[in-house]
Each structure stands twice: as structure tokens, then as C-alpha cells.
Design a protein around this ligand. Structure first.
Ligand SMILES: Cc1cc2nc3c(=O)[nH]c(=O)nc-3n(C[C@H](O)[C@H](O)[C@H](O)COP(=O)(O)O)c2cc1C
Length: 329
């Protein structure tokens, strides 16, 4: 078993959340390139289905989620930032088999099990946050993954399904001694509504302390600035903070305030992102995925709304280049 890298960082640890269609190798590289590694320690892949990965025909359809470009890998090494593969499913044997392959054929620093995704389609299949309602199966899954893994195994979860059950649920997870439990302070039913309840995150910390367990507890939900992350880590006692949507408000989240960046710098980043996306995925991913990102780079400056509107009509990289050129003029 490799060293547990989770314990090697200065506290609080900051992580960029796994986000489907967002944190692919392309966006991770863009964020990594502009982040200060003092404030960004760990990145996660998008979640990947163990059912799909363990199936001959299914594997190529899901394994792109584990792609790490050489250029991302180089930055990870230079900045000593770690990368974790996130997987989901409901069958312990598939977790075991998928983990074996990931450890043997890929180069990740850790494996994370998604026990938090609230999307109904997925919950119906019995995976992700549905496992909160099946603690014995959840434990089997963690133990099977740990058995197959020579890298640390962590869990990302919520505080309940239809009601808050933090103590009961986190106790079950602690029984299996994962390297980290990232607690998103919402229940499944809430989806992304309401506020994340960090008092419940603090309960998970207390439970862990009372047991004398060395599982780290990270908090997640609604952290919109680095300063806020430091304050919450201190107030709620977590060893780390996971940032999701905060990166949409500020791609320089793990560095400095976006307002200090000129429109030219933001648009240059947009161009780098769009070019890397097309070079990496070609026709393999829908160009429209990029539109969510165009919003990230075009706000807070004179003319941002107009350029954003034009970018939303782009269907290829040439179109984007033309829009950016017209802005320069
Ligand atoms: C577009 C999007 C995709 C997401 N995909 C995943 C995922 O693949 N795995 C996962 O564990 N959570 C996923 N999440 C949840 C986030 O990781 C995070 O827990 C949630 O957004 C709350 O944190 P925040 O308030 O900082 O955004 C996703 C969230 C968003 C907005």
C-alpha cells in the first residue's frame, strides 16, 4: 500500500470537487495551471460507473472519464497536486474489479467512492446516495475497494436521504476506516436546494474524534471563496474543504480574486480551454459542453454580456476565434 498522501498536506487541504462534464482532464489542467498549489491539493475525476467499466462494450464508453492528458500529468507533478479517480455503482465485486484495473493500468493517487450523487435516475439504480439507505452494502463496497486497492480509498457522501442521519450514517462509514470522508452538508432530497448544513459536517468531525479514528473529515457545500474555506475549516474543525461550484464564479479560486484579472487574461484562458478541449476530445464530445464555461470567463467587465451572447452562438473553435478577434479590435 502506497503512503497515505492525504496526510502529507498542510491543513486545511483544498480539493476541487468531482463534477460531471466539468472536471475532465481539460478543465482540471486549466485550473491547475492558474492555481497556487498551497491552496489546491487534490483534483478528482468525473464519476465513472463501475458497471460500465466492468463490461466489455461499456468500458470504452465510460473510461474517457479517467483520461489524464500528458500536459495535465506534467503540471500535477510540477505542483505536487494529487489526482483521485471517482467511481460509483452498487456491486462490491465490480468495485473490486474496477479498482484492480485502475490500480494496474492507470496512474491515480487515490480512489474515491461516490455515495452522494442525488440524481434520481442514478439513485433508482441503487448507486451513489442510495447507498445511504443500505449501510451494510455500502460497507461491503468500501471494503471490497480497499482490498483491491494499493492507493488510499476515500468516500464522498451526503448527510441523509430523505432526512438527516449524519451520526448513524457516518458511524457506518467510519467502521470501514476510509482515508477521507468528504461530507456534503445536504440530504439527497434537497438536490442542490437550500443551504449546506455545516453543523452536520461538524457532527461528523466529533464522531471521528470520539472514536480516535484517523479518517480525515472534509466539508463540502456552498464555499464560494478561499477565505470562506479557511473560516469554515477553522469553525467546523474539518481537515479539508472541497470546492465545487465556487470554481464557476472564479476560475482563479485557488489563487486570487478574479476581479484582479483583466478581460484579456480571462479571454486568453477561455481560448486555451476551448483549444485544449477540441484537441483532446475532437468530435468525441459535444462542443456545446463548452458553453457552460464561456459564462465563467465572461463576466465582470465592460462588454462581457455582448461577447458572452456571441460565444453562445459558436459551434466550433473557429467561431470562437472570430468572436475573440472581434473583441480585440
Ligand atoms: C455540474 C455538476 C456535476 C457534478 N458531478 C459530480 C460527480 O461526478 N461526482 C460527485 O461526487 N459530485 C458531483 N457533483 C457535486 C459536487 O461535487 C459538490 O458536492 C456539490 O456541487 C456541492 O458543492 P459546492 O456547493 O461547492 O458546489 C456535481 C455538481 C455539479 C454542479
Amino acid at each position: 500500500m502506497a503512503d497515505n498522501f492525504w496526510h502529507t498536506f498542510k491543513k486545511p487541504v483544498f480539493t476541487l470537487a468531482p463534477m460531471e462534464d466539468v472536471t475532465d482532464t481539460v478543465f482540471r489542467e486549466i485550473v491547475l495551471g492558474i492555481s497556487n498549489p498551497d491552496y489546491l491539493n487534490v483534483l478528482f475525476s468525473e464519476f465513472m460507473s463501475t458497471d460500465g467499466f466492468c463490461h466489455e462494450i461499456g468500458r470504452p464508453k465510460v473510461s474517457h472519464r479517467l483520461l489524464v492528458n500528458d500536459s495535465e500529468r506534467k503540471l500535477l507533478k510540477e505542483k505536487n497536486v494529487k489526482i483521485v479517480a471517482q467511481i460509483w455503482g452498487k456491486d462490491p465485486e465490480k468495485f473490486y474489479n474496477a479498482t484492480k484495473v485502475i490500480c494496474e493500468e492507470y496512474d491515480f493517487d487515490g480512489i474515491d467512492i461516490n455515495m452522494g450523487c442525488p440524481v434520481k435516475k442514478i439513485v433508482k439504480q441503487g448507486g451513489c446516495s442510495a447507498l445511504i439507505g443500505q449501510p451494510e452494502l455500502a460497507k461491503e463496497i468500501i471494503l471490497a475497494t480497499k482490498e483491491a486497492s494499493d492507493i488510499p480509498v476515500s468516500v464522498k457522501t451526503r448527510i441523509g436521504l430523505s432526512k438527516v442521519v449524519t451520526e448513524e450514517w457516518i458511524s457506518h462509514l467510519l467502521d470501514t476506516n476510509p482515508a477521507v470522508i468528504t461530507v456534503h452538508g445536504r440530504i439527497q432530497k434537497q438536490q442542490s436546494e437550500g443551504e449546506a448544513d455545516w453543523d452536520e459536517v461538524a457532527k461528523a468531525v466529533k464522531l471521528r474524534n470520539d472514536r480516535g479514528s484517523d479518517t480525515l473529515i472534509h466539508g463540502n457545500g456552498d464555499v464560494m471563496s478561499l477565505e470562506d474555506g479557511f473560516i469554515r475549516a477553522e469553525k467546523y474543525g474539518v481537515e479539508g474543504v472541497m470546492i465545487g461550484r465556487g470554481i464557476f464564479h472564479n476560475p482563479w479560486f485557488f489563487n486570487m480574486r478574479q476581479s484582479e484579472k483583466t478581460p484579456e487574461e480571462r479571454l486568453a484562458l477561455l481560448w486555451n480551454h476551448a483549444s485544449l478541449f477540441v484537441n483532446t476530445w475532437g468530435e468525441g464530445k459535444n462542443f456545446a459542453i463548452l458553453k457552460r464555461f464561456f459564462k465563467i470567463y465572461t463576466n465582470g467587465f465592460y462588454g462581457a454580456a455582448q461577447i458572452r451572447a456571441k460565444l453562445m452562438e459558436c459551434n466550433n473553435l473557429d467561431n470562437v476565434g472570430n468572436v475573440l478577434d472581434s473583441f480585440k479590435e
